[in-house]
Design a protein around this ligand. Structure first.
Ligand SMILES: *[C@@H]1O[C@H](CO)[C@@H](O)[C@H](O)[C@H]1NC(C)=O
Ligand SMILES: *[C@@H]1O[C@H](CO)[C@@H](O)[C@H](O)[C@H]1NC(C)=O
Ligand SMILES: *[C@@H]1O[C@H](CO)[C@@H](O)[C@H](O)[C@H]1NC(C)=O
Ligand SMILES: *[C@@H]1O[C@H](CO)[C@@H](O)[C@H](O)[C@H]1NC(C)=O
Length: 389
């Protein structure tokens, strides 16, 4: 499936005029990188078991498509980060917070579902959001970096589960966070107020990325946020919202677009400030939105309807989420899934299916959706090197 929307052509054209990079063809001349590890930061879009290890894990049918059991992911199978790991010939990332059976030789995942960039006001277990917001994820990474090396020096079985020291500089650092800052905002303030708080979210994001840079990280792969207004929990939460042609809640997506605009600006600033690193901005928004606006073109159907959920037009109810046990007319039932998750975009009203994640990964890995347009496997070259062309 070839996917080159007009916005991308525009992006590449714009790049070759406004950025000190040559055309993507020149960048393709670079050698593949050897990323020995991945360190990931984020929310449920890339959580491989952090929240599951800390609080209540997702139930079956989560995991049904790939792992044949719930695997700490809010998905029927794998996430974009899993496809990234696989394509770099690295194992699926262990969650830093998981104390059972973890192996960090090739990286660690600090993402937890329901994480935000900024300190949330409502925190689990009695509130809604993960206590492991980005500032805490950074603190955990700081500790991980120091402790893992002490453990290696100590020898024995645990030493063999830790990354080598040089991996920290050579690793790929991936980020996918912000959706819950917007989501939390929408349920507690007006759309305009959330929009007005976007610069604070981006500043906090940027500060954390900078802190990670100062710990020696050099290759950054930063996803923008998706079209939150196309997800069941927003569509059901705000039934009177104005809809666009795809049936998505327009004002909510506009705030996501503004977030992405500010995020891109901040990534450009990081690039100017630290030319010995490479900061790649990855437009997952356009791909996710394409799945909602032209599902048939890419082999999908019913894009706004959750595969695993219950009730209404969107098959999503906050009181009867995927895998929950509910009583219907006095009979206990588990909220199950649809027949063909492989043809569906949204898994549970908040998260994407493995099929959607695979589609998005296949497109972003080429570099066509990135700025600079560097393929995933080449995302280690320094901005300074790219500028020589
Ligand atoms: C940890 O993972 C690495 C890479 O997959 C593997 O080579 C190593 O044997 C694993 N360590 C243990 C103790 O299982
Ligand atoms: C968000 O704020 C920006 C900057 O003030 C403005 O250009 C944009 O129209 C706003 N968007 C929404 C949806 O309020
Ligand atoms: C529950 O019972 C009502 C009344 O008998 C019936 O109309 C409805 O279809 C039932 N709902 C389900 C999901 O079985
Ligand atoms: C909605 O979810 C139910 C499980 O509660 C599933 O059986 C059904 O197929 C889903 N509907 C659609 C249209 O996917």
């Amino acid at each position: 499936m070839e996917f080159i929307p007009s916005t991308t052509i525009y992006l590449i054209t714009l790049l070759s005029f406004s950025m000190p990079f040559a055309t993507s063809a020149t960048i393709f001349d670079f050698e593949n990188c050897e990323f020995p590890a991945i360190f990931n930061f984020g929310d449920s879009n890339s959580d491989t078991g952090g929240l599951a290890a800390s609080f209540t894990p997702p139930n079956f049918p989560n995991g049904e498509t790939y792992f044949d059991m719930p695997a700490g992911r809010y998905c029927d199978g794998r996430l974009i980060i899993d496809f990234i790991s696989k394509s770099l010939d690295l194992p699926y990332l262990s969650a830093y917070l998981n104390s059972l059976g973890t192996n960090f030789t090739h990286g660690a995942n600090f993402a937890t579902s329901s994480s935000t960039i900024t300190l949330p006001t409502s925190i689990m277990p009695n509130g809604e959001y993960s206590p492991f917001y980005l500032g805490v994820q950074y603190e955990q990474f700081l500790r991980f970096k120091a402790r893992s090396q002490l453990i290696r020096e100590g020898g024995g079985i645990f030493a063999r589960l830790m990354p080598r020291e040089e991996y920290f500089e050579k690793a790929l650092y991936t980020f996918d966070i912000g959706q819950n800052d917007l989501g939390a905002g929408f349920f507690s303030m007006s759309v305009e107020e959330v929009n007005a708080s976007v610069p604070d979210m981006i500043n906090a994001f940027s500060t954390n990325v900078e802190n990670i840079y100062h710990l020696g990280a050099r290759s950054f792969w930063i996803h923008n946020t998706g079209p939150i207004g196309c997800l069941g929990y927003i569509l059901v939460g705000f039934p009177t919202a104005e809809k666009d042609v795809a049936g998505c809640a327009k004002p909510y997506n506009e705030v996501a677009q503004y977030f992405n605009h500010k995020l891109k600006e901040s990534v450009f600033q990081l690039r100017r400030d630290f030319s010995t690193a490479l900061f790649t901005y990855v437009d997952v928004y356009s791909l996710k939105y394409a799945l909602f606006s032209e599902p048939k073109t890419y082999g999908f159907e019913l894009p706004l309807v959750a595969c695993c959920g219950y009730g209404n037009l969107y098959n999503y109810s906050s009181g009867a989420v995927c895998g929950a046990t509910i009583a219907i007319n006095g009979t206990q039932k588990t909220v199950g899934s649809c027949d063909t998750p492989s043809a569906r975009v949204v898994w549970d009203g908040e998260h994407y299916t493995e099929a959607a994640n695979k589609f998005i990964f296949d497109q972003i890995s080429t570099g066509v959706f990135s700025d600079p347009p560097v393929p995933l496997k080449m995302a280690c070259h320094r901005t300074a090197d790219l500028q020589r062309y």
